[in-house]
Design a protein around this ligand. Structure first.
Ligand code: GDP
Ligand code: MN
Length: 380
């Protein structure tokens, strides 16, 4: 789960990381009122769950409250990378001297959290990594020992942070480490962490991602989820306990079991197709869940064919077939559908689907081939 900048910064502040004064607003007049409170010179920042807002025109400086109102009006009418702006953060403007990049994330290959820092902050870190990788410093943190003071000092030295700021940087590093571990984050990022002209070190931007699997023990964080800013299909999938990830291809895949789902996607690719999604309906899915899954798959306009690969164990093929029928009745799909049912109650399942005008397949390879052909408009 991604958190907004204003949410991330509120969490940072709780852990002693300095942030600018400011508040979030949903209307231009609220933005104006906040700007007045803050003394006029503010920055208006779109709150959308994507990076690069600055470049897209979603971060603007205002010299007084009236300009803040104007800019908020503009920004609240924007769409950034396809996401509508519904809120703006109005922060006291900072006079920036230096922009630093600083984050903690999980390094899967090293099986450890890693602190990443760079003196080339402000811009997206992927850009720095691509053009000037030597400007990025990485320090792995042992999850059992936690962040050690010397590691924070190492980072400060490696990014040539002036000595005067080392003590404050140490506190910020320790705070960010606590944020990362205590919230079960997969990313805690400050970009930029700035040195201001009046010699303060503050987190001007904040970004956090929380491990969805840990949300059960963070009711306060789970509440912060902004469903308006998520892909509708993913919200819907979560409601039904489905694991769904949208991809860029055109063959919708409905499979039971994550391993089988990945295998099915591989086989689709093997035969020259591109999966439109990953979807695991889970073990023992009933017809309502199947119907929900099918609606989610078909809500993607790229989908040109759907492949069902159901290996019935705990999941009963007749239940799946019933779910397919319910969904077909409701959504009236226009795309061809290829179905492979094997295992528990497969025979009953096939009988139920006999009149449903679906393309049937015996093996996974056969099913994938037929789905690829169907997506290319070559189905009978
Ligand atoms: P992002 O583009 O989504 O990462 O949004 P940021 O919050 O990082 O803002 C982008 C850039 O806008 C920063 O790197 C700064 O250069 C600039 N910026 C943001 N806030 C301020 C501010 O208070 N004062 C000044 N002078 N620049 C700011
Ligand atoms: Mn940023």
């Amino acid at each position: 789960m991604k958190l907004h900048e204003y949410q991330s910064k509120q969490i940072f502040a709780k852990y002693g990381i300095p942030i600018p004064k400011g508040r979030v607003a949903a209307t231009a007049s609220e933005a104006k009122a906040i700007a007045e409170e803050l003394g006029g010179r503010v920055v208006i920042k779109s709150q959308v769950l994507v990076g690069g807002r600055g470049k897209a025109g979603g971060v603007k400086l205002a010299k007084d409250a009236d300009e803040a109102e104007q800019l908020a009006t503009q920004i609240l009418a924007m769409e950034i990378k396809g996401l509508p702006v519904r809120k703006v953060l109005v922060d006291e403007a900072a006079a920036i001297e230096t922009e630093i990049y600083f984050s903690i994330t999980n390094d899967r290959a090293a099986r450890k959290p890693v602190m990443i820092a760079s003196a080339a902050g402000g811009v997206e870190i992927e850009e720095v990594a691509a053009k000037t990788p030597e400007k990025i410093v990485k320090v792995h943190v042992d999850p059992l020992l936690g962040l050690r003071d010397y590691q924070a000092r190492d980072i400060a030295a490696s990014i040539d942070l002036p000595r005067d700021y080392w003590k404050d940087f140490n506190k910020i590093a320790a705070g960010l480490w606590k944020v990362y571990t205590e919230t079960d984050a997969t990313l805690a990022e400050i970009n930029p962490l700035v040195i201001t002209k009046d010699k303060r070190l503050i987190a001007l931007d904040g970004k956090m991602m929380i491990d969805d699997n840990a949300l059960f023990r963070h009711a306060d964080l789970a509440e912060m989820r902004d469903v308006d800013e998520e892909a509708a299909a993913e919200t819907e999938a979560r409601k039904y306990g489905l694991s769904y990830i949208k991809l860029d291809g055109n063959i919708g895949c409905m499979v039971n079991g994550a391993g089988l789902a990945m295998t099915s996607m591989d086989i689709v690719k093997l035969f020259g197709g591109e999966p439109a999604n990953f979807l695991d309906i889970g073990g023992g899915a009933g017809s309502d869940k199947v119907a929900a899954a099918m609606k989610i798959i078909l809500s993607d306009p790229n989908v040109k064919a759907v492949l069902f690969n159901i290996f019935g164990g705990i999941t009963r093929c007749d239940e799946v077939a019933r779910g397919i029928l319910v969904a077909m009745d409701e959504v009236k799909p226009k795309v061809p559908m290829v179905v492979r049912l094997v295992g528990t109650n497969a025979e009953e399942g096939r009988k139920l689907l006999a009149d449903a005008k679906m393309i049937t397949a015996e093996t996974l390879a056969d099913a994938a081939k037929k789905a690829v052909a169907a997506a290319k408009g070559k189905a009978k």
